[in-house]
Ligand binder design. Structure first.
Ligand code: A2P
Length: 283
């Protein structure tokens, strides 16, 4: 699996297996085992996905040396603020039981983000977490919070796909070499993307499925991608994107699909409160 170097010197596999919305009823365990069996070495979970325990067990049971697997988790809003965040990191570690976490993110940019970030910086110094980053930060939210941070995040995980390419954000983050991690890299199954004629023509040309063309475009464009699937054939196929290369013209034809809009606007008023009410991870 191809890796990218983060701005803190650590390396991250460019395709990760995302487990958002996979239930913790054995399904997450099975999906992660499946993903590891077919070659994924990067798993992306979160406290608010309620499946960290199954992710950890699947990693431990896989027989693959721990240092060969890159695990991301995320701190939930309920645990923001310096003291609560230190406990939140411990809670994730206790659930995962993987010794350390490779990348830990502030899942959402609301409330005491600066206090929470300080706790992550300390956990990194203690070796509990190897790299730290943020998520869902628009250019405005990035400017608002990151100016207050002592350390620059290694990544910003945001919604990103050919219909919503995050060009302004990417320009803002490039000077500090902050990598973008794309969630919903397949447009969350959006047919307008998966059945777009530009994509389907390339799928035909390269003998790949539309999802593979989209993921190849994103990786070739410097992104880290987190496709989600519970279908074993698609799980396997979504990492088979390193045996072909899109031409410069093909890359531009996909770049032209950008609408500049996604499904989630982190700047919607009341979003922090709404998310906090929606996902309650403990009392
Ligand atoms: P499934 O779980 O049946 O594979 P995203 O990662 O952008 O959130 O998109 C996930 C959605 O895309 C899921 O509905 C998933 O369905 C579907 N999907 C995953 N991989 C592919 C692929 N290679 N081609 C088409 N659809 C895919």
């Amino acid at each position: 699996m191809k890796e990218l170097r983060l701005n803190d010197g650590n390396h991250i596999p460019v395709v990760g297996f995302g487990v958002f919305l996979i239930p913790a009823d054995g399904s997450t365990y099975r999906a992660v085992r499946e993903a590891l069996d077919v070659g994924y070495r990067h798993i992306d979970t979160a406290a608010a996905y309620f499946n960290e325990e199954e992710v950890g067990k699947a990693v431990r049971d896989s027989g693959i040396p721990r240092e060969e697997i890159f695990i991301t988790s995320k701190l939930w809003l309920q645990d923001y603020g310096y003291e609560a965040s230190k406990k939140g990191v411990r809670a994730s570690l206790d659930k995962l039981k993987t010794g350390w976490i490779d990348l830990y993110l502030l899942h959402q940019p609301y409330f005491d983000v600066v206090g929470a970030w300080k706790a992550l910086e300390e956990a990194k110094k203690e070796g509990l977490i190897k790299s730290i980053g943020v998520s869902n930060m628009t250019p405005n939210l990035w400017k608002k919070y990151v100016g207050e941070f002592t350390t620059i995040p290694a990544v910003n995980q945001v919604e990103c796909n050919p219909l919503f390419q995050q060009r302004a954000l990417r320009e803002l983050l490039a000077p500090a070499d902050v990598k973008i991690e794309a969630y919903y890299p397949l447009g969350h199954g959006d047919k307008k993307l998966l059945e777009n004629p530009v994509i389907t023509a390339l799928a035909q040309k390269y003998g790949k499925n539309p999802g593979q063309i989209i993921l190849r475009f994103e990786v070739q464009d410097g992104l880290i991608v987190l496709p989600k699937s519970t279908n074993p054939a698609r799980i396997a196929g979504n990492i088979e994107i390193f045996d072909f290369e899109l031409t410069a013209d093909e890359m531009s034809s996909i770049r032209n699909l950008d609408t500049g809009r996604g499904t989630h606007d982190p700047e919607t008023p009341g979003m922090g409160e709404a998310l906090l009410a929606k996902f309650k991870i403990h009392d």
